[in-house]
Structures are given as structure tokens and as C-alpha cells.
Write a protein that binds this ligand. Structure first.
Ligand code: IPE
Ligand code: IPE
Ligand code: MG
Length: 263
């Protein structure tokens, strides 16, 4: 797998780094790309008799901490499942509340993104989002475009199948134009037409709130990702859980269908 041309660096003074060192994390073998299915905001609120949106707001706080922790640890890329193409099935007050929250977060976090050297990107059908949210996201993408410590991919109105559909449509158009022969299509062609063609596959896929499913996240890209699921709800997810996931990742043997030299 290619390495990202970023200048990730470990912040030795950061609490996350001190905790990770103490826990035995091997900093020479960090996952370079961590993808997260941030689930359980609704349940977190329900347990407290609060509206679901309060859970989402609490989830936003976790996002801030986790992104900062990842940057401090020297992780190069984080992809967050923020809103799926299927999440439109929820009641309109929840979906509009989420859109407003994402917009507010995009506006509020811009400063921190710049300070922390974070480059923001969006994957998903962005053109279907409310115009004001699209504008806020575009602003964030532009302003952070040259940051090179960590790339943060926000999957918004994102579906793994929708992404493949969009790629196939683009490829079909090229075939129709005569630019491409069907026989020439291979995995690299498909990858080149995904929303973020230069995105390396996630090394580690974290899911909170216990569900053992992918829920249409990064369908193409997670073919060989290491999965780590915790029952902890996303608003309760802490540095300790992130470290636990990384430690678990470092104990795995990745074979990509092959066999090891010593086998
Ligand atoms: C995940 O939390 C956040 C989004 C899907 C936007 P949920 O809202 O799915 O939380 P649960 O699964 O109902 O607990
Ligand atoms: C996945 O969680 C989507 C996001 C985290 C944005 P869901 O809560 O939508 O997934 P399901 O419905 O439990 O599969
Ligand atoms: Mg859920």
C-alpha cells in the first residue's frame, strides 16, 4: 500500500501520546488510515431520556477529541461516517437537525483544523446536501487544502454502493466517448473513479455501539481492512478506546490473501 505524502508528526506532549506509549503502542506500526463508523448517538440519548439530537451533539464532541488524538498520535488519515445515503430514511426533524449540526461544526472547527494542520475533504453526494452546508464545506476544503499533517475525510450523504454506482456511470461515459475499451477496465480503473481516488484503503475500521455490520460504508475500500468493534456508544468513546483499537490492530497478522514468508 502506498504511503501518504504527509508530514504527520507525533506530539510527545499530548496526553493521547503519553497514554499510548504507556499502553505499549508501537509508533513505527501505526495504522496510517483509520475509518470510523460513529454509531450509538441515538441510544446514548435514549438511555438518558433525551432527544436523539442531543446524542448527535454529544457525538460531535467525541469527533473533536478523536480527530485531535489521531493527529497527535501521527495517524495520517481519518475517515468518519457522518451521514449515510440511507440516513435520509429518518424523520425530517432528525435529518435537518443533523444537517444543521454538521454545518455548525464545519464553521466552528475551521480554526482548529488550521491550527492542527488538518486537511478536510468530503466524500459522498455533496450536491444533494443543503446549499448552505455545501458552501460551508467548500470553504473548509479550500482553506485547509494545503494542510499536511492529517487528512480528514468526512463521509456525508455517503453510501458505498452509491459511490460504486457513480464510478460505473463515469466509466460508462468514458467508454461511450471511445476513451476506454471495456477490456481495459480493471480494479485500478474503478478506484480511479471513486470519490477520493488517492485515498489509501483504511488499515483499521472502527465501529462503535456494537453492531457487527458495515452499513454501506467504504464497500470497495474495506475489502482488507482490519475490523474492531466496541459496545461503547460513540458519545462515550475516549482516547483509551482508540488506543485499545490500535493495540488490537498491531496484534493482527495481515495477509491480503497470501501466506507469510515463514509459513
Ligand atoms: C450514529 O448514531 C450517527 C448517525 C447515523 C448520523 P445513530 O443515530 O445511528 O445512533 P443509534 O444507532 O440510533 O444508537
Ligand atoms: C451507520 O450507522 C451510519 C453512520 C454512522 C453515519 P447507522 O446507524 O445508520 O447504521 P444501521 O442502520 O444500524 O445499519
Ligand atoms: Mg445507528
Amino acid at each position: 500500500m502506498e504511503t501518504l505524502p504527509l508530514q504527520a508528526h507525533i506530539d510527545e506532549t499530548a496526553p493521547a501520546v503519553m497514554k499510548a506509549r504507556e499502553a505499549g503502542v508501537d509508533f513505527s506500526r501505526l495504522p496510517q488510515h483509520i475509518a470510523i463508523i460513529m454509531d450509538g448517538n441515538g441510544r446514548w440519548a435514549l438511555q438518558r431520556g433525551l432527544p436523539r439530537l442531543v446524542g448527535h451533539r454529544q457525538g460531535y464532541r467525541t469527533v473533536r477529541r478523536v480527530v485531535k488524538d489521531c493527529a497527535d498520535l501521527g495517524v495520517k488519515m481519518v475517515t468518519l461516517y457522518t451521514f449515510s445515503t440511507e440516513n435520509w430514511r429518518r424523520p425530517p426533524d432528525e435529518t435537518s437537525g443533523l444537517m444543521a449540526l454538521i454545518e455548525e461544526a464545519a464553521r466552528q472547527e475551521l480554526r482548529q483544523m488550521v491550527i492542527n494542520g488538518i486537511q478536510v475533504r468530503v466524500i459522498g453526494r455533496m450536491h444533494e446536501l443543503p446549499t448552505s452546508l455545501q458552501e460551508e464545506l467548500r470553504r473548509g476544503i479550500e482553506i485547509t487544502a494545503r494542510n499536511n499533517r492529517l487528512i480528514l475525510n468526512l463521509a456525508i450523504n455517503y453510501g458505498g454502493r452509491a459511490e460504486i454506482v457513480d464510478a460505473v456511470r463515469a466509466i460508462a461515459r468514458r467508454v461511450r466517448q471511445g476513451e476506454l475499451q471495456p477490456e481495459e477496465i480493471d480494479e485500478s480503473t474503478i478506484r480511479a473513479h471513486l470519490y477520493a481516488p488517492d485515498m489509501p484503503d483504511p488499515d483499521l475500521l472502527i465501529r462503535t455501539a456494537g453492531e457487527m455490520r458495515v452499513s454501506n460504508f467504504l464497500v470497495w475500500q474495506t475489502a482488507y481492512s482490519e475490523l474492531w468493534v466496541t459496545p461503547t456508544l460513540w458519545p462515550d468513546f475516549r482516547t483509551e478506546h482508540l488506543i485499545e483499537a490500535i493495540l488490537s490492530y498491531q496484534q493482527r497478522v495481515r495477509k491480503f490473501g497470501g501466506i507469510l514468508d515463514e509459513e
